[in-house]
Design a protein around this ligand. Structure first.
Ligand code: SAM
Ligand code: SF4
Length: 335
């Protein structure tokens, strides 16, 4: 049974950033020059992550997601997957990736016990892809998705951050992919994390002006393609609301941290690559797990620290009071 926090939310989900490095520089996530990376020594070792996941599983966490930076740039990621897949109580093991290296690693990861992958993709246009990511090739992501599908990493969910004047003119094209290619697309409202939105080359502009709400996206899709109907997703249990176009094999999801926050049902904790427990994405409160681990803390001691984090999970974020987190870039937390 998952442990309840102070607001009676069952905490069943841990997102683990395995590296703060990335092979892309998405404009809303990182500055062009990147961010200062942790040293090799600062990054948690796989056996340290194992101890934390054992402690989390003992508290009722059953779902793990590996993220980054870009998780696939960490060497030997399949070894970590193999370790985590064996931990009793972990029954959902997934990853969020930008897809660039997926074609190379999908088979190995699936064999190691990875069940699913979410691929972040904000545009279907190769030239725009290069502009948004500042260095990537769209073809690599599409190839990665194809290999992942053949490897049985299913369902693949596509995460699309929609930003006004960056890619909001493509929401209907993404919706068409749910009909023509059975994609499961989730539109995400951009959040002001680590000054990410101010990386969009317009420092004077209020970030709210660049948010395209789920309501607006839905209206544009319905105007072009007709009404959406509610749909169910067989995996997840996260904050997305799902719909489909009539008869479409794929689904459309909406994740609305800005227009309709879902904190009341938040079931997650986050672990940064350098070993800090972060109970809320949008609050800079963190607990250091790495120092105690390196001083010999065992599963029981880590459990006590996780409980402290669970007890300090805030009721909701404070973006509407302009309290945006400042401590870390999104690439350092993992989204
Ligand atoms: N590199 C991997 C990837 O891109 O999937 C994993 C880490 S990335 C930080 C995780 C997710 O966070 C991606 O889907 C990305 O688009 C999203 N993200 C990054 N910055 C964001 C922001 N400011 N607001 C909303 N989502 C953001
Ligand atoms: Fe890298 Fe993911 Fe951030 Fe893009 S969104 S820069 S791929 S961490």
């Amino acid at each position: 049974m998952a442990h309840l926090d102070a607001y009676n939310r069952p905490i069943s989900y841990l997102r683990i950033s395995v590296t703060d490095r990335c092979n892309l520089r998405c404009v809303y996530c990182m500055p062009a020059e990147g961010v200062v990376s942790c040293t090799h020594e600062e990054i948690l070792r796989y056996e340290e992550i194992e101890t934390i996941v054992q402690a989390a599983a003992a508290l009722g966490v059953s779902k793990i997601r590996l993220t980054g930076g870009e998780p696939l740039v960490r060497l030997g990621l399949a070894d970590l997957v193999r370790i985590l897949a064996r931990i009793p109580g972990i029954d959902d093991l997934a990853m969020t990736s930008n897809g660039i290296l997926l074609a190379r690693y999908a088979d190995e990861l699936a064999q190691a016990g990875l069940q699913r992958v979410n691929v972040s993709l904000d545009t279907l246009r190769p030239d725009r892809f290069r502009r948004i990511t500042r260095r990537g090739e769209l073809a690599d992501v599409l190839a990665g998705m194809a290999v992942a599908r053949r490897a049985g990493l299913d369902p693949i969910k596509i995460n699309t951050v929609v930003i006004r004047r960056m890619n909001d003119d493509e929401v209907v094209d993404f919706a068409r992919q749910t009909v023509e290619a059975a994609w499961n697309v989730r539109f995400i409202e951009v959040m002001p994390v680590g000054n990410g939105v101010n990386n969009l080359n317009n420092l004077e502009e209020d970030w709210r002006e660049r948010v395209v709400t789920a309501g607006e996206i839905r209206a544009r899709i319905e105007a072009a393609l007709g009404p959406l109907e509610p749909a169910k997703m067989r995996t997840g249990g996260g904050p997305a609301r799902y719909y489909r176009l009539p008869g479409a094999p794929g689904t459309l999801g909406f994740i609305t941290p800005i227009s309709e926050h879902f904190c009341y049902q938040c079931n997650r904790l986050r672990l940064t690559a350098d070993g800090y427990l972060r109970p809320c994405l949008l609050s800079d409160y963190e607990i250091d797990l790495r120092t105690p681990l390196r001083q010999g803390a065992d599963v029981e001691e880590i459990k006590a620290l996780l409980l402290e984090g669970i007890e300090h999970k805030p009721m909701h974020h404070h973006l509407d009071e302009c309290a945006t987190p400042e401590g870390r870039a999104m690439s350092q937390i993992g989204g």
